[in-house]
Design a protein around this ligand. Structure first.
Ligand SMILES: O=C(O)CCC(=O)C(=O)O
Ligand SMILES: [Fe+2]
Length: 519
C-alpha cells in the first residue's frame, strides 16, 4: 500500500513522472513523424505541381527514375512502414487500403525500379556520363543543372544498391560513393538522409570486393565494425576478406570478372562510339554526298518535290525531308497509342522481350486504316518500290534509355519461313515522328554514321544488294534516348514485286562483306 509511507508515495510519483516522460517522448516522436509526413506530402505536392507537360517531364531521365523510386520505395519507408507500425493508425490504414482497392491501384514494382536503374546505367555507359554530373541533373558537361532535378543520398543509395545486385560493381560503387558524399554534405530534401552511412558501407564494401579491390573492401568493412562492433555480416566478411588477403599475398590468382559477350563485339563498340559522336565519316568520305530535289517521275511532285539528302552512297542510305505533315503524325500516334506493347525480337513463334530492344510498338494495317492510303502512296512514290509485298506500318516508341542494339533487318533464310513468297526485307523506310532532345540517333556502326531524328523526315536504306543477297554492312541500331522520348514508324519493303523497279545486276553479290556478319 502507498498510504502508509511517504517513501512509497514518492515511488508512485516517480512512476508517474516516468509515464509523463514516456508520453512526452511519444508525443515528440509522433510530432516528428507528423512533421516528416507533412514535409513528405508537401514535397510530393510540389513535385506534382512541377510536372507540366508529361512527355517533357518524363523525358528527363531523372524524373522517370525518382517517380518510380518514390512509388516503390519512399512511400513505403517514409510513410506506410513507420505510421502503420503505430497501432492507432489501424483505422486509417484500413480506410486507405479500401480506397486504393476501390480504384484498383497497382503501383510500380521492384521490377520497375530495376528497369529504371538499368536505363540510367545504359545511358551512363553509352554516353559516358559522370556519376556526380548525373546525380546533379547535368547531362552535358558544362550545362548548369538543365534538368532542374537532382538526386538525394537515398536515391543514389538505392541506385548503387540495385546496380550491385546485378553485379554492376563499377557503377554501383560510384553511386554508393555519391550517396556517401551527399549524406555528409548538405542534406537535399526530406528523404535524405534516411539512409545511414553503415547501410551504404554494407553495399560499398562488397562492391569493391566484386571489383577485385580487396584491400579497400576490407578497409570499408572495418569502418562498419568501428561503428557497429557486433555487425554480423561485417564480422563474417572480415574473416572472408582477411583469408583472401592472406591467399593473395601468397599469389593465388583471383577470378577475373568477364565482360558480357556483346560488349566484346566489334559492332557494339563501334555502335557506342557512333552514338556518342566520337566516330563519324571524314569530310573526304562525305564529299561525294549530294542533296537534291526530286519529283521521282510523278507529276504532282513537280510542284512539291521530295528533298533528298544522301547520307551514304554504297550501301545507299538517305534522308527524305518533310515527308509527313504534323497533322498526319498526330493521327498516326493517336491511332496507335492505345495498343502499344513491349517490343520483342526474334521470329513470331519464339520472339521474346530482351534488353536488346527496349521500346513499345504496335502495327497499323492499311486495310483497317484507309486514312493511311495517302502515306502508303507517298512511300511508293518516294522509294519507287511496290507496297504489294510490304508489311503493315509499325509504330514504335522509345522512352528514356530506350534503344535497339545493332541488328540486321533482313532474316537469315531469305525470309522463306517467316515471309514466304514476299522474300526478305529489301528496304527499310523509317519515319521520325518527333525531334529527340538528346540521343536516339539511328546508328550504322560499320558506316560510321549516326542519323539524328528529324520530325517528319524519312530515312531509307537498302538492306540487300541488288542481287537480293544480304548486305552485312547495313547493321544498324537505335541509340539510347538520353532526354525526351522517340517516336518512329517503320515500313519494310520486300523483295517480291520489285522485279521491274529494282532490277538485279548481272553478277551475284552473295557472300560480299561476309566478314561483318558476326562482327
Ligand atoms: O530506332 C531506330 O532508329 C532504328 C529502329 C530499327 O532499326 C528497327 O526498328 O528495326
Ligand atoms: Fe532495324
Amino acid at each position: 500500500d502507498y498510504y502508509s509511507a511517504i517513501s512509497e508515495l514518492e515511488r508512485l510519483l516517480d512512476v508517474e513522472a516516468f509515464i509523463v516522460e514516456k508520453f512526452d517522448e511519444y508525443l515528440e516522436r509522433a510530432h516528428r513523424e507528423q512533421e516528416n509526413l507533412k514535409r513528405f506530402l508537401d514535397q510530393i505536392a510540389e513535385q506534382q505541381n512541377d510536372r507540366g507537360d508529361l512527355e517533357e517531364y518524363f523525358g528527363n531521365p531523372i524524373n522517370a527514375f525518382i517517380t518510380i523510386k518514390r512509388l516503390v520505395h519512399d512511400w513505403k519507408f517514409n510513410v506506410f512502414d513507420p505510421l502503420f507500425d503505430s497501432s492507432n493508425f489501424e483505422t486509417y490504414k484500413n480506410n486507405l487500403s479500401d480506397s486504393l482497392e476501390k480504384i484498383n491501384f497497382k503501383g510500380p514494382t521492384q521490377e520497375d525500379l530495376h528497369g529504371a536503374t538499368r536505363a540510367l546505367l545504359r545511358l551512363q555507359n553509352i554516353y559516358q556520363l559522370n556519376t556526380d554530373h548525373l546525380a546533379s541533373g547535368v547531362l552535358l558537361p558544362g550545362e548548369m543543372n538543365p534538368l532542374g532535378t537532382s538526386l538525394s543520398a537515398s536515391d543514389c543509395f538505392e541506385l548503387g544498391k540495385n546496380l550491385c545486385q546485378i553485379k554492376e560493381y563499377s557503377y554501383g560503387s560510384e553511386w554508393l560513393l555519391e550517396a556517401r558524399k551527399r549524406l555528409h554534405g548538405k542534406p537535399l530534401g526530406f528523404i535524405s538522409p534516411n539512409v545511414s552511412d553503415v547501410e551504404i558501407l554494407e553495399h560499398l564494401s562488397p562492391a569493391f570486393n566484386g571489383l577485385g579491390n580487396l584491400k579497400l573492401a576490407h578497409k570499408l568493412n572495418n569502418e562498419i565494425l568501428d561503428k557497429k562492433p557486433d555487425h554480423e555480416d561485417a564480422l563474417k566478411n572480415k574473416i572472408l576478406y582477411e583469408g583472401q588477403l592472406a591467399r593473395e599475398r601468397s599469389f593465388v590468382p583471383r577470378e577475373q570478372a568477364e565482360l558480357p559477350q556483346k560488349e566484346l563485339k566489334e559492332s557494339y563498340k563501334l555502335y557506342t562510339q557512333v552514338c556518342r559522336g566520337e566516330l563519324h565519316q571524314s569530310p573526304r568520305e562525305q564529299r561525294n554526298l549530294r542533296c537534291w530535289l526530286s519529283h521521282q517521275g510523278v507529276l504532282y511532285y513537280h510542284l512539291s518535290p521530295f528533298k533528298i539528302e544522301q547520307l551514304n552512297i554504297d550501301p545507299y542510305v538517305a534522308y527524305v525531308h518533310e515527308v509527313l505533315w504534323d497533322s498526319e503524325i498526330d493521327t498516326i500516334i493517336e491511332h496507335g497509342k492505345g495498343n502499344m506493347e513491349r517490343s520483342k525480337v526474334g521470329q513470331i513463334e519464339n520472339s521474346t522481350t530482351t534488353e536488346v530492344r527496349i521500346s513499345r510498338n504496335t502495327w497499323l494495317w492499311y486495310d483497317a486504316n484507309p486514312w493511311l492510303s495517302k502515306i502508303k502512296q507517298r512511300l511508293e512514290d518516294v522509294t519507287g518500290l511496290s507496297t504489294e509485298s510490304a508489311e503493315p506500318l509499325q509504330l514504335v516508341n522509345y522512352g528514356i534509355g530506350g534503344q535497339y542494339e545493332p541488328h540486321f533487318d533482313f532474316v537469315e533464310d531469305d525470309g522463306k519461313t517467316v515471309f514466304s513468297w514476299k522474300g526478305n526485307r529489301l528496304l527499310t523506310a523509317l519515319f521520325y515522328l518527333n525531334d529527340v532532345a538528346l540521343g536516339g540517333a539511328t546508328a550504322f556502326p560499320f558506316l560510321r554514321l549516326a542519323v539524328p531524328p528529324v520530325k517528319g523526315s524519312l530515312l531509307i536504306w537498302y538492306n540487300l544488294h541488288s542481287s537480293t543477297h544480304k548486305d552485312f554492312r547495313t547493321k544498324h541500331a537505335g541509340c539510347p534516348v538520353l532526354q525526351g522520348s522517340k517516336w518512329i514508324c517503320n515500313e519494310w519493303f520486300h523483295v517480291a514485286a520489285q522485279e521491274f523497279r529494282r532490277p538485279c545486276g548481272l553478277s551475284s553479290d552473295e557472300g560480299k562483306f561476309l566478314h561483318l556478319k558476326d562482327k
